[in-house]
Design a protein around this ligand. Structure first.
Ligand SMILES: Cc1cc2nc3c(=O)[nH]c(=O)nc-3n(C[C@H](O)[C@H](O)[C@H](O)COP(=O)(O)OP(=O)(O)OC[C@H]3O[C@@H](n4cnc5c(N)ncnc54)[C@H](O)[C@@H]3O)c2cc1C
Length: 386
């Protein structure tokens, strides 16, 4: 080996790029079937992650992967049950969607970092190997034998080359494998999320997620798990609009909140004050890969298709697509077809993902069109025209 050349890593049945909920769900499923799974994850100690509200429809999958998550003693610091959603959306009056009338009767609010870590721990227990600090660099196809891919991963100690039969892209919105393979990403809009955290000394037992529309976008808030009163507030607008620049600064964010009719007064009445951290931003638009996979690779979770947070389906879709891909890749590996032949399980997954995307887009457009108070404002005009 020449100096600086990547070290030769091990041989795997499946290399999964990214250990978010989608990658972990796939890893738990595939390792559970006995396949040799490597899960590469670059972030070793993330300080925050947005997306902590789990929709009622996802509760079955959460139980499948993590067992019962509950607000019983001992768990109370990490999660609590959500009872519904309060929205000030189509009109000025709050409307309540009660989760009691769903099959699980509740949703869940989790500490997102602990939730993701719990999934990673489950993947390890199932038999997957995690490469902490492992970042996907590149991949190239192998054409002989059972091994179909050579994958280069980087850690702080250097690069290593791994060979695998199957490759899963679970790298979130970055979709690093899909893009490395030249698959285009279709980006529907430029929605961007600006987040600020608030603390209070007054007890807050609110168990509802809350949204509120405004002229240039919409707000989201929920209380966070833990003993002390802490709340997340997120403003969503298009990144190219002037309001985006306002929301990115603390003073501007507070001014926008001051103009809200529901969430601003709610935070004030509960004595909430912003913490010292700067405003955090994250892409929140709708996007999909043109192809959800191909011969001997698939994309799962946000890498395949990322939804507007208004849908509240991100974690649900990540666990669901990770589980589905895990099962279909298992069948594909069992079939052990020669290179380029019988990829019917892959096609089945891709067709289902396409169906999910069509449903999602129709639902997204429907919800945005329900809002009729700010139709002349550019943020909403763009969505009405969709
Ligand atoms: C503002 C906002 C609010 C949201 N709120 C909610 C919510 O309330 N409820 C909900 O259900 N969903 C919510 N979501 C969406 C939800 O967080 C995502 O859909 C979910 O995290 C997707 O899971 P994933 O595993 O596909 O991707 P991710 O969770 O993004 O995980 C991808 C992983 O891949 C890793 N990775 C990236 N690049 C590489 C690389 N080069 N090599 C290796 N690994 C790599 C990343 O470090 C990361 O750990 C929200 C999203 C946003 C933006």
């Amino acid at each position: 080996m020449s100096a600086g050349a990547p070290a030769l890593g091990a041989t795997w049945d499946v290399v999964i790029v990214g250990a978010g909920p989608a990658g972990c769900a796939a890893a738990i499923t595939l390792a559970g079937f006995g396949w040799r799974v490597l899960l590469a994850e670059p972030r070793t100690a993330p300080r925050f992650k947005l997306g902590e509200s789990i929709a009622p429809g996802a509760m079955g999958l959460v139980r499948q992967f993590l067992g019962p998550l509950d607000d019983t003693p001992g768990q109370a610091q990490a999660c609590f049950r959500t009872a519904g959603n309060v929205s000030v959306w189509s009109g000025p009056q709050p409307e309540v969607t009660d989760f009691f009338y769903t099959p699980s009767q509740h949703g869940q609010c989790v500490d997102r970092l602990l939730f993701d870590q719990a999934l990673r721990d489950r993947a390890v227990v199932a038999g997957a190997q995690i490469m902490a600090g492992g970042r996907f660099v590149s991949c190239s196809r192998l054409t002989e034998g059972q091994l179909r891919w050579q994958v280069v991963l980087a850690q702080s100690t250097g690069q290593s080359v791994h060979r695998t039969r199957f490759l899963l892209d679970a790298s979130g919105r970055a979709a690093v494998v899909g893009r490395a393979l030249g698959v285009a990403a279709q980006v529907v809009d430029t929605l961007f999320a600006y987040a600020q955290w608030y603390d209070s000394t007054i007890e807050d037992r609110d168990c509802h997620t809350r949204i509120e529309s405004g002229p240039a976008g919409w707000w989201y808030s929920n209380r966070l798990p833990g003993a002390a009163a802490r709340r997340l507030l997120v403003f969503h607008t298009d990144s190219d609009l002037p309001t985006a620049r306002t929301a990115a600064r603390k003073a501007g964010f507070d001014a926008l909140l001051g103009a809200s009719t529901h969430l601003g007064p709610l935070l004030q009445s509960k004595g909430y004050l912003p913490d010292d951290m700067p405003i955090r931003g994250a892409s929140a638009g709708s996007q999909r890969l043109q192809d959800f996979g191909g011969a001997d690779w698939l994309a799962v979770g946000d890498a395949a298709q990322a939804y507007d947070p208004l849908s509240s389906q991100g974690i649900w879709k990540a666990l669901d697509s990770g589980s589905e891909a895990g099962h279909l890749v298992h069948y594909q590996l069992q079939a052990d077809a020669p290179v380029g032949q019988d990829q019917s399980y892959i096609r089945q997954y891709m067709a289902h993902q396409d169906q999910r995307w069509q449903q999602y887009v129709a639902q997204r457009n429907f919800y945005y069109r329900q809002q009729s108070r700010w139709c002349d404002d550019v943020f909403w005009r763009r969505r009405m025209a969709a």
